[in-house]
Design a protein around this ligand. Structure first.
Ligand code: G3P
Length: 217
């Protein structure tokens, strides 16, 4: 499963990229606003930090203006992936852009039927929001299971990008289902490394090692 960081914070992206485990980045208008940075400038900077896809979202609601915005965004770097909302105009834009060889991430997906439409529109990625689904009394992971089944039934190439990830259990469940990608805030990705028994184990080994009086170097 590929790991994307869901953030526009440069320091966090640099830290995660240095682990060698970061495959891409997703941003959205809220994350850009939170960063306080210029959209074009921060997208260019992020695209230079990772080799994989960097999602940058259009904000227009009509197809024609979405295409104009996408043209500006995709000119930033080859690894910029245009993010469009799951609307009729969004999917029209998706079809046009992917037909042109541009990566497209269809966002704000909350049903398996929407995911089916995105795959038919040739989306590179579909982003079901599991956390927001859970928040509203639905089962986000059941949605991922349904999409996995539908995409496998028809051999759709669209990759399932699990978004709105809130905790490490979401990541585990996404991997068990066979999602292609998950995007999570840096704090969730960092939490994946942690286990109390790892910390305890290191502490015990170091205590015993110290008692030998030896050094490796
Ligand atoms: O980038 C889209 C998605 O991951 C947003 O997550 O936590 O705002 O629901 P959240």
């Amino acid at each position: 499963m590929q790991f994307f960081a869901d953030t526009a914070e440069i320091d966090d992206i640099k830290e995660l990229a240095a682990t060698g485990l970061l495959d891409g980045v997703t941003t959205n208008p809220s994350l850009i606003a939170k960063s306080g940075r210029d959209f074009m400038e921060v997208t260019r900077e992020i695209a230079g930090l990772v080799d994989g896809p960097v999602s940058a979202e259009v904000v227009a609601l009509d197809h024609e203006t979405m295409m104009k915005e996408a043209d500006k965004l995709r000119a930033i770097a080859d690894n910029v992936c245009i993010k469009v909302p799951l609307t009729i105009d969004g999917l029209k834009t998706c079809k046009a852009l992917t037909g042109d060889g541009t990566m497209v991430n269809v966002t704000l997906c909350f049903s398996a039927n929407q995911a089916l439409l995105a795959a038919k529109a040739g989306a590179s990625f579909i982003s079901p929001f599991v956390g927001r689904h859970d928040d509203n009394g639905f089962d986000g992971m059941a949605l991922i299971e349904d999409i996995r089944l539908i995409y496998d039934n028809y051999n759709f190439a669209t990759e399932i990008l699990v978004a709105s990830v809130r905790h490490v259990t979401h990541v585990l469940e996404a991997a068990l289902i066979g999602a292609d990608v998950m995007t999570a805030p840096p704090k969730v990705i960092k939490a994946l490394f942690n286990h109390v028994l790892t910390d305890k184990g290191i502490e015990g080994f170091l205590k015993d090692w110290k008692s030998t009086g030896q050094s490796i170097l």
